[in-house]
Design a protein around this ligand. Structure first.
Ligand code: GCW
Length: 673
């Protein structure tokens, strides 16, 4: 990507777009940054204040006693949590003072970003007030599925910002811009390479690469980001030349130890390793008859002396299933593999669980593992990159969907809690938790391919910071920070974003069934695309009905993995939430929904409505012409036009398919093919 292009894009600065305020009660002339706060906070504040207020405060060692100013200092009592801060606005003798007090250097940085964000959002500063905030989850991580050749698995926004043509070769200024963007929403860890670690990336643990990685880590460090790498479980063989990767073999353990020492000698604040093992044909401990605990432990023990962490993924299932065999249920796999291992991992291992039991479909129930690992450090993985949700061509705001997952009730230590609370938990034995988002970022000038997909990146960071923030709060913040203050823009965009996910869901896979996509790239409709495949991804549509029976009584038994009351709620079609009806049940097309409609009529209606609502999205966007930058407007407009074509295709393929299967006509007599 041509770096000049990036400077031209008004979306490049994303939510860190600091527009000059027309008026301000506050004109800081000086900035005091106490020792230990770090240069980054000072730089961000000076640049930010200049852009927002036109004031370039002078850096001074202490409050000169006159004029408005900003003071940043560290004080562990400012917040009980690492990374926390307090911002206090005071009015003394007619002058304004903003005091940002961080629990630590990171808290000072987060506090500085928060202060600038308040100015950006036109917080009323005319009355003194105090704000306190802190990150609720300990790990707030972005995973990039980037490969050394510059491609990105499931990437929809250009090429990698880290790798190019077999080299670790980030544009340094873009790397810093990335770091500030994600640090400003509280991200503290970034894994830069694909969890599918191929031969070239396996070599990252060798010196020439570590040298390059060190410079990436240094840029990250200034913004409080820890670098993580995905590693290949078979590294001891591929890189170390050993004949085995058996986790219980002493030479293997030794190899991981030497490797960890080497990595930390280059990168002292290195975060750790992410591992996809025994999953989708990646090597793992099963080859040697060992367990996931054995596999994770050998690596975790090597990292422990350096306070490094292993992030071990639970996305493990049989990817070579016989579609004829209706007893196997992929949805059951992660729980069956990992629930029995609760409490058996070393304390520096996190288990990373996808939000649903399958694989980032538009609609899935919450993974039952969320409530089944009380003695384990737990990370919930969500997909910011829109693999199954429109690939950054179709608009899909993910925050409402993530909120549903975070607000889902589970039992924690015998009491009802929510997934969000579970992930905030800091427990005994250094148990920690957090969220991981598969990043939607590439080297496109606007970072995310679709300008409005930036809202998903922003929303992810905000929810990992505090899962209790509401969707409207997050949306309002993002719109105001990105596009400034224009009532029409704010209201219209908020409405569009909030509705977008439901619209997409309506014209794609009905009632929680999932997987009706083209195999491989996963874009566009193909009802039977995965029906007779090895991947465990079926809808079982026949002439009478459709859906997967996952009940205890007649189905795969998956429902039994849930705690009460969900086990009973999901078991019966009468109580199962309708959005998940076909995920849990096989029902006749004539089954009546609460609306009084039959399932088949619902499929027809929702698809036509969903497709029509894309026209509504376009009409909303039309209202904004002239109110936002024309290049951005055009880009989104063009994407929406494409979405209209795509939605029409989905609608026609799905309705025609089910009409042909069922032979049941549409009560409203619409056209099928
Ligand atoms: O959803 C699937 C994706 C794969 C991905 C895998 C995973 C990185 O289609 O591209 O591999 O999930 O999460 O490991």
């Amino acid at each position: 990507m041509n770096p000049l292009l990036s400077l031209d894009s008004p979306m490049y600065s994303a939510w860190l777009t600091y527009r000059r305020r027309k008026s301000t009660p506050f004109y800081p002339r000086f900035l005091v940054v106490e020792n230990g706060v770090g240069e980054t906070a000072a730089t961000e504040l000076r640049e930010g204040l200049f852009n927002l207020l036109g004031a370039r405060p002078v850096l001074v060692p202490e409050d000169p006693g006159s004029g408005d100013g900003v003071v940043v200092d560290g004080d562990p009592s400012a917040s009980v949590q690492a990374g926390g801060y307090r911002i206090q606005y005071e009015r003394n003798d007619g002058r304004w003072l903003a005091r940002i007090t961080g629990h630590d250097a990171l808290g000072c940085l987060y506090g500085s970003f928060a202060f600038l964000s308040q100015l950006q959002q036109r917080q009323d500063l005319s009355v003194p007030f105090i704000v306190e905030d802190w990150p609720r989850m300990s790990l707030r991580m972005l995973d990039h599925w980037d490969n050394l050749d510059g491609t990105i698995e499931r990437g929809y926004a250009g090429s990698s910002i880290f790798f190019r043509d077999g080299m670790i070769d980030p544009d340094p200024s873009r790397l810093t811009d990335y770091a500030r963007l994600v640090a400003s929403i509280g991200i503290n860890a970034v894994c830069i390479n694909n969890v599918n670690v191929h031969e070239p990336e396996t070599r990252f643990l060798a010196p020439p690469y570590l040298e390059r990685l060190r410079s990436v880590a240094n840029r990250f460090r200034a913004y409080g980001l820890h670098l993580y790498l995905s590693v290949n479980f078979a590294s001891p063989m591929i890189l170390g030349g050993l004949l085995t990767a058996d986790p219980l073999d002493p030479t293997v353990a030794m190899w991981w130890q030497t490797t960890a020492e080497r990595v930390y000698s280059y990168i002292p604040n290195f975060g750790g390793f992410v591992v996809k093992a025994d999953s989708e044909f990646r090597p793992g401990p099963f080859t040697y008859g060992r367990s996931h605990v054995d596999g994770a432990s050998v690596i975790a023990n090597a990292l422990a002396p350096f306070h490094g962490t292993v992030v071990w993924r639970c996305f493990v299932y049989n990817a070579q299933q016989d579609w004829r065999d209706k007893k196997i249920d992929r949805a059951r796999a992660a729980y069956e593999f990992f629930q029995p291992l609760d409490g058996r991992f070393p304390s520096n291992v996190f288990l990373q669980v996808k939000n649903g039991p399958m694989d980032f479909q538009v609609r899935e129930p919450v993974s039952p593992l969320m409530g089944a690992l009380p003695k384990t450090s737990l990370l919930m993985e969500v997909q910011i990159t829109q693999e199954y949700t429109g690939q950054q061509r179709d608009l899909f705001y993910l925050v409402p969907f993530w909120k549903e997952v975070l607000d889902f009730t589970i039992l924690g230590h015998g009491e009802a809690t929510t997934v969000g609370h579970r992930l905030m938990q800091v427990g005994p034995d250094e148990m920690r938790s957090g969220m991981v988002g598969v990043a939607n970022v590439g080297d496109d000038p606007d970072w995310t391919g679709h300008p409005l997909a930036q809202a998903n990146l922003y929303g992810f960071g905000r929810l990992a910071w505090n899962p209790q923030l509401s969707e409207p709060e997050i949306t309002r913040e993002w719109v105001a920070r990105t596009f400034g203050w224009d009532i029409l823009v704010n209201k219209t965009l908020e409405t569009m974003l909030t509705a977008s996910g439901q619209i997409y869901e309506a014209y794609t896979a009905p009632l929680g069934v999932g997987w009706m996509v083209n195999p491989g790239h996963h874009y566009g409709p193909n009802v039977d695309g995965y029906e007779y495949s090895q991947w465990g991804t079926y809808h079982y549509a026949d002439s009478q009905g459709m859906g997967v029976d996952r009940t205890r009584t007649t189905g795969t038994g998956y429902v039994a993995q849930y705690q009460q009351p969900w086990r009973d709620i999901f078991e019966s079609p009468a109580t199962c939430p309708e959005s998940l009806l076909l995920f849990f049940h096989h029902v006749p097309y004539t089954h009546r929904l609460q609306s009084g409609k039959t399932v088949i009529q619902h499929i027809y209606d929702s698809h036509f409505e969903g497709a029509a609502n894309v026209d509504w999205l376009i009409s909303q966007w039309d209202l904004l012409k002239g109110h936002i930058d024309i290049a951005v407007w055009n880009r989104v407009f063009q994407r929406l036009q494409q979405q209209r074509v795509n939605a029409r295709e989905w609608c026609d393929v799905v309705t025609t398919y089910f009409w042909r299967k069922s032979g049941i006509p549409d009560r409203r007599g619409r056209l099928f093919y």
